[in-house]
Design a binder for this molecule. Structure first.
Ligand SMILES: Cc1ncc(COP(=O)(O)O)c(C=O)c1O
Length: 491
């Protein structure tokens, strides 16, 4: 082998190389954190032009590789911690989450089998047990950490599908799908996350299997319409394999009435999965925990820690109420989770996951809880919810801004109207103006504000996760929105 040993190990040479690489990278992060801009403002075309994969066959060495990553990646990254970076459910991360990443990455444990992650497996299982307690699920260990909301929703829908078919005597994992599949339905609200559709397609049932339930004025599932849709489906001979309720819709942050949905579903023996990717953060809240009333009544839950739990990407979890349902996805691989191991109680978590090799992301939540304690964790979660209420009050008072709907979690949906557009019904012009404001803000590098559509209305979105952001910061941002609108050519 030419050159020095590139592998991380216990030799003096490797440890020195590791220290240098980490010191150089963390120094670059420190410089980047101090940058005042949210983004350097390069366009798609500029970045395509600038970034070239001209690999040197001899290798450049760690130091130059890191320098080039700083130059071509880090400098043109979005500052997610910046107070004016509020477009998405994309959080700034805890300092302790960064420390956890160092440990996760250097130890490189793999969560599929106990012999690849002994202490990590036990920590993850204990965290799942703890999360179940927080939700109000029975004592147990059914659940697993996932790559995020999409995968957790897939697990919920897959197990709901397989439990549904198992009741009719079919083992889907073994035999594949059977019967009149075009009659299978999943019900979710009009505002549920698109991963419901994508996952149903992946599960072989297509977008056509998803029936959308109407929402009320606050974007929550309308339980009367849900009851109506169940009755209509039954009358047409359709079969409902699950209801997906959302606790925290992506834009409005709406929380569906979980208790009423679960009660109705129980009458019809329908599986309920709750997508609490965002709103699950309120499990820790002191002020807003009751928003999740009824979450303990459902069959499975999605939680995401890389949203309002402030963990680095990726970090999510899936919780399954009745652990017997895990038998539906049972697969034994001799080299990972053999019967021999199982008989001895060796916990090989591959049995609970769709992934095989899997990161020890659970450590981030563990360390976050240890470092902050539940009180401080709750306080930084509650901050965003309270701030959204204050911002909504402020927006309502501005003549050029229009609140699209009252906030429920930590987002504010609003529109800008130019003085000429005040009172106008030309929604297309207002929509275009708001789209152009969002684009211009990112292009200038000054702010990242979401542009979305709500009930057919194009609007701007502030997702106020960042606990260091104040009402004053948002007032500055809203002034920038107005100024940007005024500066747009032809506006
Ligand atoms: C309500 C909801 N569910 C699921 C997801 C998907 O989560 P992930 O991006 O972690 O896969 C999102 C993403 O924003 C979401 O808002």
């Amino acid at each position: 082998m030419s050159g020095s040993n590139p592998i991380l190990a216990g030799s003096a040479q490797s440890i020195e190389a590791y220290q240098q690489a980490i010191a150089q990278s963390s120094q670059a992060v420190i410089e980047w954190l101090k940058q005042p801009e949210m983004y350097q403002g390069k366009s798609v075309a500029e970045l395509r032009e600038r970034i070239a994969l001209d690999f040197n066959p001899q290798g450049l060495g760690n130091q130059v590789a890191i320098e080039r990553a700083i130059e071509y990646f880090l400098k043109d990254s979005l500052s997610v911690h910046h107070p004016q970076c509020v477009a998405h459910l994309h959080c700034p991360s805890l300092v302790v989450s960064q420390a956890a990443e160092v440990l996760i990455n250097a130890s490189n444990q793999s969560m599929d089998s106990w012999d690849q992650s002994p202490s990590a497996t036990i920590i993850e299982m204990k965290l799942i047990e703890w999360l179940r307690g927080l939700v109000g699920f029975p004592h147990g260990e059914a659940g697993v950490f996932t790559s995020g909301g999409t995968q957790s929703n897939l697990m919920g829908l897959m197990l709901a599908r397989d439990a549904f078919f198992a009741r009719q005597g079919h083992a889907i994992q073994q035999d594949g799908l059977v019967g009149d599949l075009r009659k299978i339905r999943v019900l979710c609200s009009e505002n549920a996350h698109f991963s419901v559709q994508k996952n149903m397609a992946l599960l072989g049932l297509g977008y056509q299997s998803v029936t959308l339930v109407k929402t009320d004025a606050l974007a929550r599932m309308d339980v009367n319409d849900l009851a109506e849709k169940i009755t209509q489906a039954k009358a047409r001979g359709e079969q409902i394999l699950a209801i997906v309720a959302t606790a925290g819709t992506t834009d409005a942050g709406a929380i569906d009435p979980l208790r009423s949905i679960a009660t109705l579903a129980a009458e019809h023996q329908i599986w309920v999965h709750v997508d609490a990717a965002w709103g699950g953060a309120l499990l820790l809240s002191e002020k807003y925990r009751d928003y999740l009333d009824g979450i303990d009544l459902v069959d499975s839950i999605t939680l995401d820690f890389h949203k309002q739990f402030f963990q680095t990407i990726s970090c999510g979890a899936f919780l399954l109420k009745d652990e017997r349902h895990y038998a539906l996805m049972r697969y034994q691989a001799a080299y990972l989770n053999s019967e021999f191991d199982e008989a001895q109680g060796v916990p090989n978590l591959v049995s609970k996951s769709l992934q095989t090799t899997r990161r020890f992301d659970a450590l981030k939540l563990w360390m976050g809880l240890e470092a902050l304690g539940q009180q401080q964790y709750a306080a930084i979660i509650d901050h965003g919810v309270t701030l959204a209420q204050q911002v909504a009050g402020y927006v309502s008072e501005q003549s050029s801004l229009e609140l699209v709907m009252p906030p429920q979690l930590a987002s504010v949906l609003f529109r800008y109207r130019s003085p000429e557009q005040a009172g106008s019904h030309n929604d297309a012009a207002v929509a275009l103006l708001n789209q152009r404001i969002g684009d211009a803000l990112l292009e200038s590098g000054r702010a990242n504000v979401g542009v979305t559509e709500f009930n057919g209305v194009t609007c701007l979105k502030l997702t106020l996760l960042n606990p260091t952001v104040t009402l004053e910061d948002i007032k500055v941002l809203l002034t920038l929105v107005e100024r940007t609108a005024g500066e747009l050519p032809g506006a």
